[in-house]
Write a new protein. Structure first.
Length: 129
C-alpha cells in the first residue's frame, strides 16, 4: 500500500487473522475510527461466547496492542454523519467510515458488499490491497 487507507471492522478483523504477524508490516498505513475499538470488542466477545476464542483476556490484550498501533481518528461531526446515514440509508457506523474516508480523501477497506456496491470509487476489499 502506498497511501494510508481507512479500514472498517468488517475488513480489519479478517485481515489480521489472515496476515498474522505480517500485519505489522502494513499497520502504519491504516487508519481506524474510535468506534472501531468498540466494534472489535463486540466481535471478540461474540466469538468467545460461541467458543471460537478460548482465552478472552489474552485475545483482548492482543487486540488492544494491534489497535493501539493503528492511527485512530475521532469522529465528532455527528450532524454530518447523521445526514449522510439518512440520505444514503446507512447505519450511523457505516456512515462514519464513509464520511471519514471521504473527508480525508482516502480509500475505505471494507468487506461490506453493500458499502462496496454503493461507494465503488471509495471502497476496496482486502483482496484489492
Amino acid at each position: 500500500m502506498e497511501k494510508p487507507k481507512v479500514i472498517d471492522t468488517s475488513a480489519l478483523y479478517p485481515l489480521v487473522k489472515k496476515m498474522g504477524r505480517k500485519f505489522a508490516d502494513i499497520v502504519k498505513e491504516l487508519v481506524i475510527l474510535d468506534l472501531t475499538w468498540y466494534e472489535v470488542g463486540n466481535v471478540i466477545v461474540k466469538e468467545a461466547n460461541k467458543g471460537k476464542i478460548k482465552n478472552l483476556e489474552e485475545t483482548a490484550l492482543i487486540w488492544q496492542e494491534i489497535l493501539s498501533a493503528i492511527k485512530t481518528e475521532e469522529v465528532r461531526e455527528i450532524k454530518e454523519v447523521a445526514e449522510l446515514a439518512k440520505k444514503d440509508k446507512l447505519t450511523y457506523y457505516d456512515a462514519a467510515y464513509i464520511y471519514t474516508a471521504s473527508k480525508m480523501s482516502l480509500k475505505l477497506i471494507t468487506e461490506d458488499q453493500e458499502l462496496k456496491n454503493k461507494y465503488q470509487k471509495l471502497c476496496i476489499t482486502i483482496n484489492e490491497l
